[in-house]
Design a protein around this ligand. Structure first.
Ligand code: ADP
Ligand code: MG
Length: 237
């Protein structure tokens, strides 16, 4: 059985079907890239897996580690090993980087995780996780906190094109750290060169997975079907 198994997942909001009978799986220790143009439902899928407030399936099942998690709350899913780094990284007024990292995981060496994401502990541990940090710095701090948790599944939802907060090489380094931890990763990205380091990839179009396979094959499919200019007609006809 896969670590994450999603079958027939449908999600509607404001009378609009965002996900339409989507099926998809991630194996233990697998890095799985999810490709798709803007507005195809990638973040919605991530929020449903994480169990964010207001995100519950209308039909279908989300099975994690052999357990149906449809009705579990976000913190209950975190407890069983699902975590997420958000598209827009965390910002908390009045909390230091040191406290933010030790809130999530007591008794570990936060410095080590900051170093892993390329931030000097001396320079950052006493800074505040607020607007004085750049988006890229907050993203790194958030990734350090997710790494520190050693989740079974890390969901990384990259910002849509145009606002990449970390370089391709930075993201590849972070993915490799998750791999070393034995975590599975759901990697939501629009950058082909990042998708290519995954073990497997899937293409989402209009709320459905339309192609799964090797990252190379899925990236080629994405280009061959001209996904960037298609409105979904080809894959959903
Ligand atoms: P992606 O992450 O692939 O860019 P999203 O999952 O953010 O796509 O959005 C998928 C579709 O759902 C879009 O058409 C978006 O406008 C719509 N959508 C997302 N959230 C809401 C919401 N809270 N209310 C209404 N429509 C939404
Ligand atoms: Mg998104």
């Amino acid at each position: 059985m896969a670590l994450l198994e999603i079958t027939g997942l449908t999600y509607m909001t404001q009378g609009k079907e965002i996900l339409s009978g989507l099926s998809f799986s991630i194996e233990a220790s697998e890095v799985h890239a999810l490709l798709g143009t803007n507005g195809t439902g990638k973040s919605t899928l991530a929020y449903l897996i994480m169990g964010c407030e207001g995100y519950r399936p209308d039909s279908g099942e989300i099975i994690f580690n052999d357990k149906v998690v449809n009705d579990l709350k976000i913190h209950e899913r975190a407890q069983i090993g699902i975590t997420m780094a958000w598209q827009e990284p965390v910002r908390f007024e009045g909390i230091s980087v040191r406290d933010y990292l030790s809130l999530k995981q007591k008794g570990t060496d936060s410095s080590r995780y900051l170093e892993m994401v390329g931030l000097s502990p001396e320079l950052y541990l006493n800074r505040m996780v607020d607007k004085c940090l750049s988006g890229g710095e907050r993203k790194r701090i958030e990734l350090a906190s997710v790494l520190e948790l050693r989740p079974k599944l890390a969901i990384l939802d990259e910002p849509d094109s145009g606002i990449d907060m970390l370089s391709t090489q930075d993201i590849i380094n972070v993915i490799n750290l998750f791999k070393q931890n034995g975590s599975s990763v759901l990697l939501i990205t629009h950058r082909e060169e990042i998708a290519l380091i995954a073990d497997r990839a899937s293409q989402i179009c209009r709320g459905k997975i339309v192609c799964s396979g090797s990252p190379r094959d899925v990236a080629d499919y994405y280009k061959a079907k001209k996904c960037l200019v298609c409105d979904g007609v080809v894959c959903n006809e």
